[in-house]
Write a protein that binds this ligand. Sequence first.
Ligand SMILES: [Zn+2]
Length: 121
Amino acid sequence: MYCRNCGRENPDSNNCCIYCGQQLNDSPSANNQQPIVNNYMYTAPSASGASVAALVLGIAAILLFCFGLLSITCAVLAIVFGAIGKMSGKAGGGMAVAGIVLGIISLIPSVTFLIMVDSIF
Ligand SMILES: [Zn+2]
């Protein structure tokens, strides 16, 4: 195999480069990839969690539009979580945008319903 460091050919049986001493097995690159994978695994759930929360709250806001303030609360939270999910720049950005859009859309019937209830009573 060829040395990753100096590019010279070494016998396959060698663990280290006979010219420069560089390790010839894959363990250094595997060790380099491990923290990246761990970092992704660690940060992705929190980022996409906000996006999922935004989407769920946005849907809830629309479904709960007849509950007035509860729906508006869900809508505002959907927009806030959507902004968090979007700004984090991680996975779930589409869900974050959907949550923001759903939150804004749901504000319209919610506020309309509140005004109607106010005008009736
Ligand atoms: Zn070498």
